[in-house]
Design a protein around this ligand. Structure first.
Ligand code: GAL
Ligand code: ZN
Length: 659
């Protein structure tokens, strides 16, 4: 059975009499799956050991009559009041020592052992109850793990877990003292029990402690998920297990989190969240989120929550324009989603999310959003089987590392320097040229890519140097950028050589000086054109490398800003600054032209082109993210499948090209 479109459904928020109407409306719209129960602990187990599954059974049975299958969430993101009463220290403690109270969700410390017993009881019970139900096809663990846990948790249990984690990693306290450099400011520890979590202090914490804390925290959440995976795998091995991730959210190393899932799911909210300064994410940033999700397991994925209407809690965003909801769903599919579940079915009348609009409005009467999505589903479903499981086949990869992002959060250098934003800028340089991109972790093989872009390789391990060297030796093109080779993995500065440290052999140049551009930007010339760059300037001294760009201002005017080095059969570029977007675009365009990397579509335009590549054909999506009609010129071998060369405002088209 093919599962293509779904809705996040909360039957417990409505009168039971409504069920049948909902199921029928869903069916008529083309929905074949719902996700339910991920926040309904108090409804499933109103008192300890007293289970109440009849409401859920009833919903599952009614939906089944309309051929709608079910994914069940394990409700561990919302422990009910009676659990908090039983284990008050489950409430998490923030870094300022304040308890985060009951009344929202995610009010749970992730290391609490007593809580795990509660989870085990409910999840096992649910698993036994639904393991043979043919209408329950899979499970989602918890909900958006790590969401709301940013500054948490510093309770006694978490502190002890952190200390154990450190003991396992360093074996002896002497080793930890050495790796953290605790000699500084008399921070030497006599025993692991003395080590704090990074709670508020009069000044900043030790950067090595902070990096280990972030690693620990990520591991803790991965383990929290694994605990539930183990229960489900044992009891219901035939149902799939997934989790809903959040794009570039970086509290958890998503490569690790994805590892033991059958597939990744992602929550895509193009209008962002109500408190985002920028109300709509740039289309390239949305594309990057989706590409990261696909790349985690190098496999197609689900969207478990796709925006279905205007969103907001206390403050609202704009209403999606006609066509835009379908366009965003098409974008998700284009980047590798084989199933799209909309959040949520019907706008809730109560609770925190009263204004987070679903497909249906509060009244439950189908309106514009329902009919637009119905039309979209009906036009695209017949074609989805043709490209199911297919990937874009990228020639370019961006190295994305959670550890680098954490290290820059700890020491951003420049107040606005942000690792993820720089990743997005380089991504955009490729996106603007319609070039498919994969994200890879340091553990992937690089060989299959013509070009690997590795921005901000701040922490460098010997293993990374080895894989990059091998890649370049065999003909790969590598782009490295500023602040690379600065640190050892323990977050201490590299002292064996001048920067870029262990990468100097690859770069073929050293950095003789650098300048953090606090209050101004800087001129940079590349191929006779003047551009601006910002935040940071590495001043390079080429040894073997050749300079291909120079700064134009200040005492280092005329000195190299970008270099290229021939190494083995390959090339290594080093960009010593954060260039403006136009320079990134032009620079990458030159590399793309010189190395023969294929663009899906040649003319840069305001239309995004994405492909799904099967053995026999490319399925090419053209996505118009603008409010204007756009005319494109198909390549000769493109056959239109949905719509054509005239793209309506916020419209899309699908083409097929035989291979
Ligand atoms: C997601 C979450 C959903 C819902 C939605 C709208 O982050 O998974 O449960 O809260 O946002 O706020
Ligand atoms: Zn805790």
């Amino acid at each position: 059975m093919n599962i293509r479109f779904g809705a996040d459904y909360y039957p417990e928020h409505w009168d039971e009499k409504r069920l049948e109407t909902d199921a029928k409306l869903m069916h008529d719209m083309g929905i074949d799956v719902v996700r339910m129960a991920e926040f309904s602990w108090s409804k499933l187990e109103p008192e300890k050991g007293i289970f109440q599954f009849d409401w859920l059974d009833n919903a599952i049975n009614t939906l089944a009559k309309y051929n709608i299958r079910v994914v069940l969430g394990t409700p561990s993101a919302a422990p009910p009041a009676w659990i908090i009463e039983e284990i008050p220290d489950l409430l998490p403690l923030d870094s300022q020592g304040r308890v985060r109270g009951f009344g929202g969700r995610h009010h749970n410390c992730q290391s609490n052992i007593a809580y795990k017993e509660h989870i085990k009881r409910l999840v096992s019970k649910m698993a036994h109850h639904y393991k043979d139900n043919p209408n329950v096809i899979g499970w989602q663990i918890d909900n958006e793990l790590g969401n709301s846990h940013n500054d948490l948790c510093h309770c006694k249990s978490c502190r002890e877990h952190f200390q154990k984690w450190l003991q396992y990693k360093y074996k002896t306290i002497e080793q930890l003292n050495k790796e953290w450099g605790t000699n500084f400011w008399s921070q030497t520890y006599d025993k692991f029990e003395q080590i704090p979590t990074p709670m508020i202090t009069p000044t900043s914490h030790n950067p090595s402690l902070l990096l280990d804390w972030k690693r620990f925290h990520s591991d803790l959440i991965v383990e929290f998920q694994q605990f539930q995976i183990d229960i489900l795998r044992e009891i219901c091995p035939h149902q799939f297990i997934t989790h809903n991730l959040m794009g570039f959210f970086n509290l958890i190393d998503y490569f690790d989190l994805a590892d033991n899932l059958d597939f990744v799911s992602h929550d895509q909210y193009p209008m962002g969240f109500y408190d985002d300064p920028q109300p709509i994410k740039e289309p390239s940033a949305l594309a990057a989120d989706l590409d990261l999700m696909r790349s985690l397991k190098n496999q197609t994925f689900w969207i478990m929550e796709q925006q279905a209407g205007p969103s907001g809690w206390e403050i609202l965003g704009r209403t999606p324009k006609p066509g835009q909801l379908a366009l965003w769903a098409a974008q998700s599919i284009a980047h590798g989603a084989d199933t799209v579940v909309f959040f949520r079915w019907r706008t809730c009348a109560y609770g925190t999310e009263e204004y987070w609009h679903g497909i249906l409005p509060h009244s439950g009467i189908p309106g514009r959003r329902y009919y637009e999505l119905q039309k979209f589903i009906q036009e695209i479903v017949p074609h989805m089987e043709n490209f199911k499981n297919s990937l874009p086949e990228s020639e370019v990869a961006i190295l994305y590392s959670y550890e680098q992002s954490w290290a820059f959060e700890i020491q951003p250098h420049h107040p606005e320097l942000n690792y993820i934003n720089q990743i997005r800028k380089y991504y955009k340089g490729l996106y603007n040229q319609n070039i498919p991109v994969d994200f890879i972790s340091g553990n992937n093989n690089f060989e299959k890519y013509k070009l690997v872009i590795a921005p901000l390789q701040f922490l460098v391990s010997d293993k990374l140097v080895e894989s990059l060297t091998e890649y370049v030796e065999q003909g790969g093109i590598l782009v490295l950028t500023m602040r690379s080779g600065v640190k050892e993995m323990n977050n201490q500065c590299h002292i064996e050589a001048d920067l870029p440290g262990k990468l100097t052999g690859l770069v073929g140049a050293t950095i003789t000086d650098y300048d953090c551009l606090r209050d101004h930007d800087m001129g940079i010339r590349y191929k006779d054109t003047d551009y601006r760059c910002e935040k940071w300037c590495d001043i390079l001294k080429p040894e073997k490398a050749e300079s291909i760009s120079k700064y134009t201002e200040d005492f280092y005017a005329g000195q190299p800003a970008i270099t290229v080095n021939k190494s083995g059969k390959g090339l290594v570029y080093y960009i010593g600054t954060e260039p403006e977007q136009k320079l990134i675009d032009d620079f990458l365009a030159d590399i793309v032209n010189e190395s023969g990397i294929e663009r899906i579509y040649d003319t840069p335009a305001e239309v995004e082109f994405v492909r799904r590549r099967t053995k026999d054909a490319d399925y090419i999506f053209a996505l118009n993210h603008t409010g204007k009609t756009q005319i494109i010129n198909c390549k000769d071998n493109w056959k239109s499948i949905i719509n054509n060369e005239k793209l309506e405002p916020y419209g899309y088209a699908l083409f097929m090209a035989e291979r």
